[in-house]
Write a protein that binds this ligand. Structure first.
Ligand SMILES: [Zn+2]
Length: 554
C-alpha cells in the first residue's frame, strides 16, 4: 500500500478533557502531565489539556505545563473553553481571560450550533449566539492564538435546522477559526448520515463564501460507530479528527484515537505518525491505562492483549508458514504480539528499547537480555506490570546486572490494627532492619502509628532509615493506586499497587504485588526509597542486598 505523508492532518487527543468524563476516571495533575508526555511520544498533533478557569485542576495543569514541567517535542497544547457568556463583553468574561492565561497556543472553543440548545439551554437568541461565537473567536485570534471551534450538537442541529447550524460555522470561519469541528455530541449518528450531512454542509459553506473552511470531527460511540463515523468524515474530506486513548469518555466513550490511528495509517495509507512511534502504540496504550487506572480492554483493536491472539485449535505451524493469512496486519507494526507463537522476540525487543531509554545498552549482551525477558515474563504472570513503573523496571535490570543498590537489609515488618473502646481504629507498624556499613552492624527497630496500616509502615520505615539516610524525608509519596487482579490466579485475587513518588528532583513510579494490599504496598514503597536514594546520588551501603520482599502482616 502506498502511504501519503499528511503533514497537515490533525490527530487531536482529548483524553485529558472529554476522556476524563468517564465514570470512575479521575486524574491528578501529575497523572495528566504523565499522560501528556506519552501522547507527545506517540506523535499526536494536539493535546487538549482541559478546561482552565472552569476546573481548578486543569488551571493548575496548564500553569505547571507553562512553568516547564511539560516539554512537548511534537504536539501542541490546546485549552478547551466556552464562548463568552450572553450579554457580556468578551473582554470582561473571566472564563475567556482564563483561556488566555493558560498560555496554551491553541484554544478550542465550544459553541452551541443546534438552535434548540441556544434557546433552551443557553436561553439566549439565535443572533446573540452568533455574536458570542464571532466575538470570542476574533478576540482570541487577535491575541495571537490558534482557535478551533467545536460545534456542539452539530449533526443533530443540522438535521433540525441546517441554515442556523451552518451560520454558526460561517461566523466562526469569518472570525478566523482555523478548524470547524463537527461534533456528534449525543453520539447517535451512523456513517452514511455523517457522509450525507458533510456533503450537504460543504455545498452550503461554498454558497456562503466559506468553501475554504477546514473541517474536523468529534464523535462519540453511542451507536458503536464513533470510529466508523470519524472515518466517514475523513472520506468526506475532513482533515482533523478528535478522539481519546483507549476510547475513554462518558457513556460509551469517545472515538478510540488508537483504533482510528491504526485504521487511517495502516488500512488507509495515511502517514500520521512515524513508523517507529506507531510501533510504540501498544506500550503507550497500556502505560496510559495504568496511569488512569482503567486497563486496556483485552479485545481492543490493535492494542488489546487478544487483538492478535488465535484460537488454540489453529495450528501454530500453519501460522508460522504464512502469518499474513491469519491476521489483518503484522502486529509488530503497532508493537503488539501474536501470542500463539510464543515469540520471545517481541518481548526482548521492547525490553531492549526500554533499557536504551534508561541508558543501558542491552543489545550487546543477548544472554542478559534473555534472562531479563524471562524475569519480566515470570513477574508479569504474577501480576506485575512495568508499563508505568519505570523505576521498578530499572531496579530489576540493575538486579540482573548484580548492581542493585541496598540502603538496608530488612529483618521483618508487621502491622497491627486494633479497635479502641471509643470505636477508633488504631494502626501501628514495626519495622526491623539493619543498616550495615564498614563492618559495623547497626540494627534499627522503629515503631510508628499511622492513619491506616500502609501509612504506619511507611512512617516506621522512614523512621528506621532516617538517621543514616536523612534524605529519605525529602521524598513524598504522591499517589497510590490499588488494583485487584482476579481471574489470573483462579480464586486467589492478587493486589497490584502503583506508587508515584517525588523528591530530590525526581518523579517516578514503582510497583508492588502481593496477596494483600499491605504486602504489595510495602514492596512498592521500599523500592521507591531505594530507587529515589540511588538515583539522586546517595551512596548505597552495599550492592546486591535486598529488602523488598518478605515480611509478615497481622
Ligand atoms: Zn465530546
Amino acid at each position: 500500500m502506498t502511504t501519503t505523508a499528511l503533514e497537515g492532518f490533525h490527530l487531536y487527543d482529548t483524553t485529558l478533557r472529554d476522556g476524563s468524563q468517564q465514570e470512575g476516571l479521575t486524574l491528578s495533575v501529575a497523572d495528566k502531565l504523565a499522560v501528556a508526555r506519552l501522547l507527545d511520544e506517540l506523535g499526536v498533533t494536539y493535546i487538549e489539556g482541559g478546561w482552565p478557569g472552569a476546573v481548578p485542576r486543569d488551571t493548575e495543569f496548564f500553569a505547571r505545563a507553562a512553568a516547564g514541567e511539560l516539554t512537548l517535542a511534537r504536539a501542541r497544547l490546546a485549552a478547551f473553553g466556552a464562548t463568552r457568556r450572553a450579554g457580556t463583553a468578551v473582554e470582561d468574561d473571566p472564563q475567556v481571560a482564563a483561556l488566555l492565561d493558560s498560555q496554551a497556543p491553541t484554544i478550542t472553543l465550544v459553541a452551541k450550533s443546534d438552535l434548540r440548545h441556544v434557546t433552551g439551554a443557553l436561553r439566549t437568541t439565535a443572533a446573540e449566539n452568533l455574536a458570542m461565537v464571532r466575538d470570542t473567536v476574533s478576540h482570541l485570534v487577535a491575541q495571537g492564538r490558534e482557535v478551533f471551534l467545536d460545534a456542539e450538537h452539530f449533526f443533530d442541529g443540522f438535521l433540525h435546522d441546517p441554515d442556523y447550524t451552518t451560520s454558526v460555522l460561517v461566523a466562526a470561519h469569518e472570525a478566523g477559526a482555523a478548524v470547524l469541528v463537527l461534533c456528534d455530541t449525543n453520539g447517535g449518528m451512523l456513517p452514511h448520515q455523517v457522509t450525507e450531512i458533510i456533503e450537504d454542509l460543504r455545498a452550503r459553506l461554498e454558497a456562503a463564501g466559506a468553501g475554504d473552511a477546514r473541517l474536523g470531527a468529534h464523535t462519540h460511540n453511542d451507536t458503536g460507530c464513533a470510529v466508523a463515523n470519524a472515518i466517514a468524515a475523513v472520506r468526506a474530506g475532513i482533515t482533523h479528527v478528535q478522539g481519546c486513548i483507549n476510547g475513554y469518555g462518558e457513556r460509551t466513550g469517545n472515538a478510540d484515537l488508537l483504533t482510528l490511528l491504526g485504521n487511517l495509517q495502516l488500512r488507509m495509507g495515511m502517514e500520521l505518525v512515524p513508523e517507529e512511534t506507531l510501533a510504540e502504540t501498544t506500550r503507550i496504550a497500556h502505560a496510559i491505562g495504568e496511569i488512569v487506572n482503567m486497563p486496556v480492554n483485552a479485545r481492543a483493536p490493535y492494542v488489546g492483549a487478544s487483538a492478535f491472539a488465535h484460537k488454540a485449535g489453529l495450528h501454530a505451524s500453519a501460522i508460522r508458514v504464512d502469518p499474513d493469512l491469519y491476521q489483518h496486519i503484522d502486529p509488530r507494526l503497532v508493537g503488539n504480539d501474536m501470542r500463539m507463537i510464543i515469540s520471545d522476540m517481541a518481548g526482548r525487543a521492547s525490553i531492549e528499547l526500554k533499557g536504551r531509554e534508561l541508558g543501558f545498552d542491552l543489545g550487546g549482551d543477548p544472554a542478559l537480555l534473555s534472562r531479563l525477558a524471562t524475569t519480566v515474563k515470570l513477574r508479569e504472570a504474577k501480576g506485575y506490570s512495568y508499563e508505568a513503573a519505570d523505576a521498578s523496571f530499572e531496579l530489576l535490570l540493575l538486579d540482573e546486572l548484580g548492581r542493585v543498590p541496598s540502603y538496608s537489609s530488612v529483618e521483618s515488618w508487621r502491622t497491627t490494627s486494633q479497635l479502641g473502646r471509643d470505636g477508633t481504629l488504631e494502626t501501628e507498624a514495626t519495622v526491623k532492619l539493619r543498616a550495615d556499613s564498614a563492618g559495623e552492624h547497626e540494627r534499627k527497630v522503629a515503631i510508628a502509628e499511622g492513619n491506616g496500616p500502609v501509612n504506619a509502615l511507611d512512617l516506621a520505615l522512614r523512621s528506621a532509615l532516617r538517621e543514616r539516610h536523612p534524605e529519605i524525608d525529602e521524598f513524598e509519596l504522591r499517589d497510590f493506586k490499588v488494583r485487584i487482579l482476579d481471574a489470573q490466579h483462579g480464586t486467589d485475587a492478587t493486589t497490584r499497587v502503583l506508587v508515584r513518588t517525588s523528591g530530590r528532583g525526581l518523579e517516578f513510579q514503582t510497583v508492588g504485588v502481593g496477596p494483600n494490599v499491605i504486602e504489595a504496598s510495602w514492596e512498592a514503597i521500599y523500592d521507591a526509597y531505594t530507587y529515589g536514594l540511588f538515583k539522586s546520588g546517595v551512596p548505597p551501603l552495599a550492592l546486591g542486598g535486598d529488602g523488598g520482599a518478605g515480611g509478615v502482616s497481622a
